[in-house]
Design a protein around this ligand. Structure first.
Ligand code: CA
Ligand code: CA
Length: 217
């Protein structure tokens, strides 16, 4: 196990488990995502430290950062102060960024990314391959890791087009010195295929469904 991804769920007393697809857009609309995002970051870093203090070997914790947090939340200061507060070494934190029209290739975006890299955290491009300008991102962004979108992995053993895309991303990553992680691995056949293609990291239901932190330990 090389890492975990922090996922947000809302356990509502009456409604039960509510998916982030339902409440995140509302948080964003209400302008509360920056605040909640900071809380998520702190909780994730804190958990990582608790695992290390509990004697488990250190692993990476990935935290999703929305475009709103990235630009409105003074993300560099937030990350620095959360690391300081929780005592987590920056190398164990990875921020996942999703391609979007907001997270563009502008100087402002690249500057924030460089500042984050300077702190010592790593950056990954989430849901890679589904956005609108993936290749220019790879050329310009100081990215450590590509997360190959699950839609390609789902079809990788059954559709030659998906297979071609996955192979190309893996080879591109190797040539650019960017690590790749395949998302949404659910079947042993997909894992075997990816292993043959020298894909070093994978995540998905085949390895684990989302868990509460205590069960994850
Ligand atoms: Ca993610
Ligand atoms: Ca993803």
């Amino acid at each position: 196990i090389t890492g975990v991804e922090a996922l947000l769920r809302w356990r509502h007393p009456e409604e039960g488990l509510i998916s982030p697809n339902h409440f995140i857009p509302q948080l964003e609309e209400m302008g509360r995502m920056v605040e909640v995002g900071r809380w998520v970051l702190r909780a994730a870093c804190h958990q990582n430290v608790a695992w290390q203090q509990g004697g488990l070997s250190p692993i990476r914790t990935a935290v999703n950062v929305s475009a709103q947090q990235f630009f409105q939340g003074n993300i560099v200061d937030t990350v620095e102060s959360v690391l300081h507060e929780t005592g987590l070494e920056p190398k164990w934190l990875e921020l996942e960024l999703t391609e979007s029209r907001i997270l563009d290739g502008s100087e402002a975006t690249i500057k924030i990314m460089r500042d984050l890299k300077r702190i010592g955290v790593s950056l990954s491009l989430d849901d890679f391959g589904t956005g609108w300008s993936s290749l220019s991102y790879l050329r310009n962004f100081p990215i450590d890791r590509i997360k190959i979108d699950q839609s390609f992995i789902r079809d990788v053993t059954s559709q030659s087009a998906a297979e071609a895309v996955v192979k190309s991303i893996l080879s591109l990553g190797r040539k650019l010195g960017i690590a790749c992680i395949a998302e949404g691995v659910e079947k042993p056949q997909q894992r075997d295929y990816l292993q043959k293609q020298m894909c070093a990291e994978m995540q998905g239901f085949l390895f684990s469904r989302p868990l509460a932190a205590a069960d994850c330990s």
